[in-house]
Ligand binder design. Structure first.
Ligand SMILES: O=C(O)C1=C[C@@H](OP(=O)(O)O)[C@@H](O)[C@H](O)C1
Ligand SMILES: C=C(OP(=O)(O)O)C(=O)O
Length: 448
């Protein structure tokens, strides 16, 4: 299990200009999917650039437990010998997905239409997160689910022995729910259809197509209608994982707020379902340029050049929420340094991430002298502008990597050092965060 056994207190101090190249790790969403689709394929899938964060390593372990042969050959270089669609074995032990919502939800979907039983658990954060959003649709395929408190982990899933295909409109904007339904649909006969009102990250659709499934997306007045032909033979692939835009957001935002900074973040995915943060930052006045635009591993990528910028507050469009859903914590840090108010509506999904991110950011920013307003669906940050962000506070991270990294970024440009009670969850998605930021010139100190 991904352990966050001993909390690691970390403090970030104001630093000089950040300079250099930030080679952020592989995309977390694509890394999970590469392992899962590799495990459901026939033959050997070769993966380069895999994110070796705890979340993804837990998915690798889970795929072994379901019968796939998963091997690490070198840093980021992995292979998966798959068992084919419908070939999952029954795991001998509980599947521990650690801190990862993506891991547990996608794997539950992937096993839900095989006649096997699996019990899932996770860390203290994951055990609080809602799983009903996945168990509702997998029940329609014929699976059964038994969890705690109306759908919390630990949870046992009995896969459907003779699954029926499903037509499902996702009730919330969630790529995890969409993906769970599509992965379940792989082992059902006929067509499984997912309808999403608001489009979410489309890596599952792109990768399923790449692995040989027949899958189409139609834009209709109901929204995006995704149709998957069931029971394909998925064929092993070579997957080159592009760098993660959600991880890139941390050095990018740090460079924007630390005076005199200029950095390059090469090879970052610019998938339009993921690039909302870069559009938003530019609207706030960021000097952010996209160089060398190209395609890598089936995804559009670019090298980002970022220079320190004078930023102003904006109204962030609610429709952009799903294209930057994981970036709101660090966006609210940037907003604290901007001049004027930044309003972020349409963000209620943040309440069910690794922590309640609206609450965690609001309390942590207040502790550092920033004025905040919030309601169920909105976060409003009153930027400190030229007066500067006071800092000097400690934020509680609630086992949430993005909260921890966001406050470390805040400390790089605040007047007084900023601490977090526990930075250990950073290892779930960005294990090289401290080293990478130190190489650029940041000063993050572990205490105790
Ligand atoms: O599908 C994925 O890989 C993810 C989808 C998003 O979650 P939701 O589907 O809950 O919005 C995102 O927050 C998460 O980090 C990764
Ligand atoms: C929400 C996140 O991940 P997950 O849902 O996979 O835990 C995240 O990485 O910000």
């Amino acid at each position: 299990m991904s352990g966050h056994g001993t909390p690691i207190k970390m403090t970030s101090h104001a630093c000089g200009p950040l300079k250099g190249t930030a080679e952020v790790p592989g995309d977390k969403s694509i890394s999970h999917r590469a392992l899962i689709l590799g495990a459901l394929s026939v033959g050997e899938t070769k993966i380069t650039g895999l994110l070796e964060g705890e979340d993804v390593l837990d998915t690798a372990k889970a795929m072994r437990a379901f019968g796939a042969e998963v091997t690490q050959h070198g840093p980021g270089s992995w292979s998966v010998h798959g068992v084919g669609v419908g070939g999952f074995a029954e795991p001998e032990d509980v599947i521990d997905c650690g801190n990862s919502g993506t891991g547990v939800r996608l794997i539950m979907g992937a096993m839900a239409t095989s006649p096997i039983v699996a019990t899932f658990t996770g860390d203290g954060s994951l055990r609080k997160r809602p799983m009903g959003r996945v168990t509702d649709p997998i029940r329609l395929f014929g699976a059964q689910a038994f969890g705690r408190h109306g759908g919390r982990l630990p949870m046992t899933i009995l896969g459907a022995p003779s699954p029926a295909p499903v037509r499902y409109a996702t009730p919330m904007a969630s790529a995890q729910v969409k993906s769970a339904v599509l992965l379940a649909g792989l082992n059902a006969p006929g067509q499984t259809v997912v309808i999403e009102k608001t489009p979410t990250r489309d890596h599952t659709e792109r990768m399923l197509r790449g692995f040989g499934a027949e899958i189409t997306t139609e834009v209709t007045d109901q929204g995006h209608v995704i149709t998957l032909q069931g029971q394909p033979e998925l064929k092993a692939q070579e997957v080159a994982v592009p760098r993660d835009p959600s991880s890139a957001a941390f050095p990018v935002c740090a460079a924007l707020i630390v005076p005199g900074s200029e950095i390059v973040v090469p090879g970052v995915s610019q998938n339009p379902t993921r690039n909302g943060i870069f559009i938003t930052l530019r609207e706030m006045g960021a000097d952010l340029t996209f160089e060398n635009e190209r395609e890598e591993g089936g995804e559009p990528v670019a090298d980002l050049r970022v220079r320190y910028s004078k930023l102003h507050g904006i109204d962030v469009p609610a429709e952009r929420a799903s294209a930057q859903i994981d970036e709101y914590p660090v966006l609210s840090v940037v907003a604290a340094f901007a001049e004027g108010v930044t309003r972020m509506p349409g963000v209620h999904e943040l309440r069910v991430k690794e922590s309640d991110r609206i609450d965690a950011m609001a309390r942590g920013l207040e502790a550092n002298g920033v004025k905040i307003e919030e309601d169920e669906d909105t976060l409003i940050v009153h930027g400190c502008g030229p007066e500067g962000v006071p800092g000097g506070g400690t934020a509680v991270t609630h086992l949430d990597h993005r909260i921890a990294m966001s406050f470390m970024v805040l400390g790089m440009a605040a007047q007084k050092p900023v601490s977090v009670d526990d930075g250990s969850p950073i290892a779930t998605s960005f294990p090289i965060f401290e080293d990478l930021m130190a190489q650029l010139g940041a000063e993050i100190v572990r205490e105790g």
